[in-house]
Design a protein around this ligand. Structure first.
Ligand code: ADP
Ligand code: MG
Length: 150
């Protein structure tokens, strides 16, 4: 199923992502599609809030991966795959080792690892920049997002 929504500010994107974050059960792989500045990191900040992990989410551009772990409950692992090229490269990020029932993986530049992910069930979130403050956000792959429409 596909849900398509528009947001008109970063705050609105965070609010939407927060609702999506509250729906996470663990084990999800979220694959972002969208250019630089689309709002992938902003969306991840909302996810973290919705998962009860706070709003201190920064871009994993240099570290490649940032971990957000609570005292209990779900963890969020945020990847930047911009410079990742192929399976061996992906292994070095620890991507597969992070996969766990109580962990949500959120992946920027997921198109760079699409071959490696073809056997996995993923949630694809596409963010298109319409203008300075408007984003079209398309969520694909999970029935539970239907509640986000209203
Ligand atoms: P990415 O991770 O995709 O490169 P970021 O989340 O780092 O993008 O940056 C998105 C930028 O776009 C931020 O500067 C944010 O303030 C701005 N922005 C403007 N409108 C929106 C919106 N509706 N949703 C998300 N970000 C927005
Ligand atoms: Mg980013």
């Amino acid at each position: 199923m596909t849900i398509e929504l528009e947001t008109y500010s970063p705050e609105e994107t965070i609010e939407l992502a927060k609702k999506a974050g509250a729906l996470m059960r663990g084990g999800e792989i979220i694959c972002y599609r969208g250019d630089l500045g689309a709002g992938k990191t902003t969306f991840t900040r909302g996810l973290s809030l919705g998962m009860g992990l706070g709003d201190e989410v920064t871009s994993p551009t240099f570290a490649l991966v940032n971990e957000y772990r609570g005292k209990a409950g779900l963890s969020l692992i945020h990847f930047d795959m911009y410079r990742i090229n192929g399976g061996a490269d992906l292994e070095t990020t620890g991507f597969f080792d992070y996969m766990d029932d109580d962990t949500v993986l959120a992946v920027e530049w997921s198109e760079n690892i699409s071959d490696e992910l073809q056997d996995y069930e993923v949630i694809t979130i596409t963010i298109d920049r319409i203008d300075d403050n408007t984003r079209k956000i398309t969520l694909l792959g999970d029935e539970r997002f239907a509640v986000l429409e209203c």
